[in-house]
Design a protein around this ligand. Structure first.
Ligand code: B16
Ligand code: MG
Length: 220
């Protein structure tokens, strides 16, 4: 078998930090009187901080205001994240990452839009499992552009045909698809229906399940 790669989104797939992004945006939105709820939040998942703000506001203020509001949201997010520990790792994530880490024909990367991804990885002491990591400080374009995932695959020394992406965001599923990769949606089937497979969480899949998906999609 050729070497295969798994690329994991961070927030909402490996760690329960998607909830903290939501709480940060909600706090900011309430302060500035912008309507915001969990339904609107779905559209923000996977987007860069700046694009999330513009999507939340529905208009583009001047750059100074954008910076100020982004900084404020990030301050709230970092306050929440400062308290996280391994109990925030999502079901099945550590088991799958450990299984892939031990497997000789598999490599894995972390690919997150978040500029705080490395802070989270360090806090949870899980960076050691990954062969590569790409975050929002290294990309020009935001999901649904495939740049982040293409960079992650290339750092693993693999092509799109040999990797599978795990994503919880609609924008992330689209990014992986437009990069020509297999994608497993992690979360709500109604939102992630463009994925090749949708699971509730990573406890529903292991290497054997991923290999089955590669075969079914003619990419074995
Ligand atoms: P930051 P992911 C994304 O991370 C989040 O889904 C998204 O909600 C957030 O706005 C984005 O990171 C940027 O995060 O403000 O920390 O740079 O899901 O791609 O791991
Ligand atoms: Mg995510």
């Amino acid at each position: 078998m050729s070497v295969k790669g798994a690329i994991f989104d961070l927030d909402g797939v490996v760690v329960n930090t998607a909830k903290f992004h939501y709480m940060g945006w909600k706090k900011l939105a309430d302060e500035i009187g912008a309507p915001f709820d969990e339904v609107k939040n779905e559209k923000l998942k996977g987007l860069s901080r700046r694009d999330s703000l513009l999507a939340l506001l529905g208009y583009t203020p001047d750059e100074k205001k954008i910076d100020e509001l982004c900084e404020q949201k990030n301050k709230y997010y970092l306050e929440f994240v400062s308290r996280i520990d391994r109990s925030q790792i999502l079901p099945g994530a550590l088991e799958l990452i450990e299984e892939i880490h031990k497997a000789k024909d598999w490599k894995q990367a972390l690919a997150s839009s978040s500029k705080n991804a490395r802070t989270v990885l360090k806090k949870l002491d899980i960076e050691k499992y990954f062969d590569a990591a790409v975050d929002g400080t290294e990309t020009k374009k935001t999901k649904p552009d495939p740049e982040l995932f293409l960079k992650a695959a290339s750092r693993l020394g693999l092509t799109s045909d040999n990797v599978v992406v795990f994503e919880d965001a609609e924008s992330g599923v689209r990014a992986a698809k437009s990069g020509g990769m297999l994608v497993v949606g992690v979360g709500d089937r109604k939102i992630l229906h463009e994925a090749d497979l949708v699971i509730k969480d990573l406890s529903e899949i292991d290497i054997a399940g991923i290999e089955k998906l590669f075969r079914e999609k003619g990419k074995a």
